[in-house]
Design a protein around this ligand. Structure first.
Ligand SMILES: [Fe+2]
Length: 620
């Protein structure tokens, strides 16, 4: 069953162990078994939404895991509306994603999954309205660097209970390895895996870690989310054919890009607009007659490489940040939209940003629309020439708070004339701020179209939309260094219907949409909690069947250690073992080189001080 010389090699080198440190006990709730990563919903339509969960494989389950889902009108899941079955396996990392339709517009619904007699948390979601509706309210977020702080922003949004949905503008995860980004780190929030995420296995592990975060899990449970990626779902300052943070010794960019895209679709409740092309995430989500939310991908779909401002080619008329196909799609979406407000939800800042440095006034960030001047000009001209009204841009990426008019050459900062639209920029959830730290007055002196800027605080935007005006309200979180959901209102900015410039106000829109629909409950509808009794929890074993590398992701419970791993062939003969010399509990990733094994069935056994845990895999 085993090739000659393999055994000797096996004992020394073939098992690549990556044993990582302890995670916060808060992040892992055994009551949720096997739905440890909670539930989520997204991309509402007027008759449904996507529902999502993940079923972590249990020891006795076969590779394919099946179960059921249910939609109900009430949080106790008694008034059933729809139901169905699902099946998942290692090829999609045991994730489950189902498009629900046939529901009523503008209504809250509840959903739940079941597998092997165990129930998930009950999620709450809401369909989009149809036709005439008076008001909408969204939370807008971006940029959650896990190591830099607690996801208090997500908890603060959840508690409000007054939004229709969450708009996430990307950097949902970061690809960096431990300690590689920023100066401030929370001790118990070290990245898994410890190195940079750059292949399917490591991207999946990073999403798994994020989705175990209780604040993020609770937010997903209570609201639908509409999300686009920014750069860090793949690599820093990515573009179609590469990224600043992708070196040639890190493999082929296209492979990395496709791996990041696959993990993104697996782990997030996003609909795949084109079933033949998962690279396409630009899409138009309509909220009745009041608003269209037009999501763009300014990263991976068509962006040309970033270019220094001193390079004259930056003015090349063919230069693009969207790619020609997406750019045409955007123009058509704007032109054909019958909704009052056109909210373009995208990643990088559209308004110009010039700063005085060494007595020179110059652009500072070639990664934002400033680095693609002709593409921005084409968009601005299209908006004006086509008479597009109520053009509102929602932006993330820059980790700081901005309210901008979008100036044409004839812009007048006193009257707002010469603006083609407005831009609301949300601060980060936790990610560190700008590389320069300048007072707002200094920034506004050279950027008179910027009506509000705050470069220090973390937080989110509440986007409140009605027929009279579209208003953004910036809320800043008191701290990301300790757990709190206290926020303070910084400012508000609004644009009046059929105007093209901002007004600043300190007023807050009334929480008229404070929902009467209760939250989905905090614990699943399981008859009783099954004590895991110190057994480890296997979050992943894939691929199965395996060819070369078998990836295991497991959690060793508190007060328990993993001592060794054994592998047996179909006749019960041990084909290798490995003593674990760094016995720590917490989240662990283990990669096993199975290339030398002959085809057949194997049992892998993890032996700890208080458990023995086996799982079958097939070698092809
Ligand atoms: Fe970011």
């Amino acid at each position: 069953m085993i090739k000659s010389a393999w055994l000797l090699i096996a004992l020394q080198t073939v098992i690549i162990f990556n044993i990582y440190g302890q995670i916060r006990s808060l992040d892992f709730d055994p009551q949720l078994a096997p739905f440890y990563h909670g539930v989520a919903s997204g991309d509402p339509s007027n008759d449904g939404f996507i529902i999502w969960t993940r079923v972590s494989p249990e020891p006795n389950q076969t590779n394919s895991i099946s179960g059921t889902w249910k939609i109900a009108a009430d949080s106790s899941m008694q008034q059933m509306v729809k139901s169905g079955v699902f099946s998942t396996d290692s090829s999609i990392d045991y994730t489950v994603k189902i498009r629900i339709d046939g529901l009523q517009p503008g209504q809250f619904y509840y959903y739940e999954f079941e597998s092997n007699g165990r129930y998930s948390l009950v999620g709450r979601s809401k369909t989009a309205p149809i036709g005439d509706n008076d008001s909408l309210r969204f939370a807008v977020v971006s940029c959650a660097h896990y190591e830099a702080g607690y996801f208090n922003v997500y908890e603060a949004i959840r508690k409000r209970n007054d939004i229709d949905a969450v708009i996430h503008l990307g950097d949902y995860i970061y690809e960096y390895g431990r300690g590689e980004y920023g100066q401030f780190f929370i001790n118990d929030r070290e990245y898994e895996p410890s190195g940079e995420a750059m292949d399917l296995n490591s991207y999946r592990t990073r999403y798994s870690q994020y989705r175990l975060d209780a604040d993020l899990r609770r937010l997903h449970q209570q609201y639908p989310m509409m999300i686009v990626w920014d750069d860090h779902e793949s690599a820093n300052n990515s573009y179609a054919d590469g990224a600043q943070n992708h070196d040639s010794n890190e493999g082929i960019w296209e492979d990395r890009k496709l791996a990041s895209i696959k993990a993104f679709h697996e782990w997030l409740p996003i609909s795949q607009v084109d079933s033949n092309d998962n690279k396409r995430i630009f899409r138009n989500i309509k909220y009745g007659d009041l608003a269209s939310i037009i999501f763009l991908d300014t990263r991976l779909y068509g962006r040309d490489v970033q270019m220094n401002f001193t390079n004259s080619s930056i003015q090349d008329s063919n230069r693009t940040i969207l790619g020609s196909y997406q750019e045409n799609w955007l123009f058509n979406a704007l032109k054909d939209s019958s909704t009052q407000w056109k909210i373009v939800a995208q990643q990088v800042m559209m308004a110009p940003l010039k700063i005085v440095s060494n007595n020179n006034l110059s652009f500072v960030n070639e990664d934002q629309w400033d680095g693609y001047p002709k593409a921005r000009e084409r968009l601005a001209n299209f908006v004006i020439d086509s008479g597009i009204q109520n053009f509102v841009v929602a932006t993330g990426d820059i980790h700081t708070s901005w309210a901008n008019d979008l100036p044409l050459d004839n812009y007048n900062s006193n009257t707002g004339n010469g603006s083609y639209g407005v831009e609301f920029v949300t601060p980060s959830v936790t990610s560190p701020g700008l590389s320069f730290n300048l007072p707002p007055s200094f920034i506004q002196a050279t950027n008179p179209h910027t009506k509000f800027v705050n470069t220090l605080d973390k937080g989110f935007i509440i986007l409140d939309v009605n027929k009279t005006r579209c208003q953004a309200e910036w809320y800043h979180i008191n701290s990301i260094q300790f757990k709190t959901s206290q926020t303070s209102h910084a400012t508000s900015a609004y644009v009046i219907n059929n105007e093209r410039h901002l007004n600043i106000t300190q007023s807050i829109s009334l929480a008229s949409k404070n929902h009467s629909a209760p939250f989905g409950p905090d614990i699943p509808n399981n008859p009783s909690y099954i004590n895991e009794n110190n057994n480890p929890t296997l979050l992943s074993i894939y691929p199965n069947p395996v060819k070369d590398l078998l990836h295991l992701q497991l959690i060793i419970n508190q007060n328990s250690t993993l001592n060794k791993i054994q592998c047996f062939d179909g006749l019960g003969k041990q084909v290798f073992f490995k003593v674990i010399t760094q016995p720590t509990n917490g989240l662990k990733n283990i990669t096993i080189n199975t290339a030398p094994l002959e085809s057949g069935n194997y049992i892998i056994t993890m032996v700890g001080d208080k458990f023995k845990y086996s799982r079958q895999f097939v070698k092809h």
